[in-house]
Write a new protein. Sequence first.
Length: 183
Amino acid sequence: MTKVCTKCGVEKDVEEFYRNKARKSGVGVYCRCCVKIIRSTDAVKESRKEYAKKYYTKNKEKIIASTRKYYEENKEHLYQKKKERWGGSEEYKKKRKISYHKNKNKLLRRQKKWYDENREEIIARRKEKRDLNPSTKANERFSSHKAYLSKKLDIKRSEIPEILIEAKIHVLDARKKIKSASD
Ligand SMILES: [Zn+2]
């Protein structure tokens, strides 16, 4: 008996597929070869992620310093590039809008998952960034949100948990992103 692998599309003997009791056919939809490839790339991805995380933790100061140096040295160039990309032609904007709408739900889900999984780290990194550049817009924004919340909740600024402000800013940014894409 043979079966077509839904991954590589090759017709192979059923012996070439792993058993899978949950399926009517009794075997999986991917052939053994394809399963092996999928498994090994997953493992590679996972170990790369682990490595990157470790590397970042170990070299944090160095990375931040060099990123900052690069930014300072290439500010103009980076700004131009960004402008070209995002401020660009109407056609580009249209394309971006279409692709955004097509993938909106997927993007939102992925973003939420990523945020939930990395919340602590995201907040810590944003704080680091703000501490490095006390005069940036991000900092202004942060303190104006702090002031607003302190007034609204009627508590001292110093008593507002930073996580609350970060979460608020995150929500606002996400909303803005959705709005700008649907305009
Ligand atoms: Zn296959």
